[in-house]
Design a protein around this ligand. Sequence first.
Ligand code: COA
Length: 382
Amino acid sequence: MTDTAKETPTAAAATGLRGVVVGASTVSDVVGDKGELIYQGYNIHELAKHSTFEEVAFLLWNKRLPNRSELAELNQQLSSSYALPAEVIELLRRSPRDADPIDQLRTAVSALEFYDPTARDISIDNSRKISIKLTAQFATIVAASDRLRNGKEPVAPLPETNIATNFLYMLKGERPSEHDAKLFDACLILHADHELNASTFTARVVAGTLGSIYASVVAAIGALSGPLHGGANTAVMKTLLEIGDPENVETYVKQALASKKKMMGFGHAVYKTEDPRATHLRQFSREMGEQAGESKWYEISRRVEEVMMREKGLYPNVDFFSASTYYMMGIPLDLYTPIFAVSRITGWTAHVLEQYIDNKLIRPRAEYVGPRNVPYVPIDQR
Ligand code: COA
């Protein structure tokens, strides 16, 4: 006789593993009730104010900040790693013009593995080298794919220049202002790591099977692409454009909430107070608006923030103010999520390194809620 299914799951499965600790890490920590984010012991506020993205990348990979000669060496390694194999450029060239840039990035990174004879060497030395190479190449892929879909040729990077400047340069074909490059560099710092978010967990699961860094990172890009994770920033800008005017905010947000629609860029699985990254990005959005003499998007964002706090008690997350910041930098909407990846590649690879160093296959259990002992019925009798 068939045993009936359980009606509802009782375990962590029902809550998407919220609060479940599944491993140890030094890479970063999210302190949800205090609104703190720490990379290898350093508070994100300090790093965003005083550091550079390259220093932070070194920190994530090596558990300490670099000295001058180590930083110079890293910069040199990054500089010599931007170029993509001609076959990968060709792949981007041949992909459909309307392909989503995050899918282009995922596909190109997957293809990069074909052209790296060391890809399956997961020794720590080699894995560090691949991490550096991928960090440079992510910037090239995102910039080149945008140019190619617009009928333009990719632009070679500037030597002796950091990733933030080079990314904007390779995207637009002209050197960004110092202000924009500095601000973009801080955006990269703020997105670099975030403990066991969905994409990082995904990367660690793949690395835990001793799959390659490429495989781990390709899986992570897939996880990042969803609107509940890295895809939220593009969705935020679409919402701001739909609202169109600060006067429309109140009605728009109330209607959205009444129809049970989620407002993208709000809420967080761990933070129960302000996301510390949003504190900086709010300021960046304001600065970019002032610089361009167009504060509308910042004003709309601020009003949305007020209404969301009043109506739902929800704080903005990292994606909310990054949307208007990137918009004011003239970056196309569908590049916001790939840009997240241009930064997060450092965190993903730091976690993959950590996983390789002390590996245990990640294999949790599911709580079975289906029936048992179901008698088998031959196909003709069903
Ligand atoms: N807009 C409106 N309501 C929201 C909301 C949002 N952005 N985020 C959460 N809520 C509400 C839910 O509707 C739910 O309300 P209910 O209890 O009345 O049903 C409650 O808050 C809890 O939501 P839940 O999705 O279970 O919270 P969570 O902590 O598990 O989820 C997120 C966190 C990030 C998935 C969620 O806040 C979300 O979907 N945000 C929008 C997407 C986004 O910005 N993602 C980027 C994250 S960095």
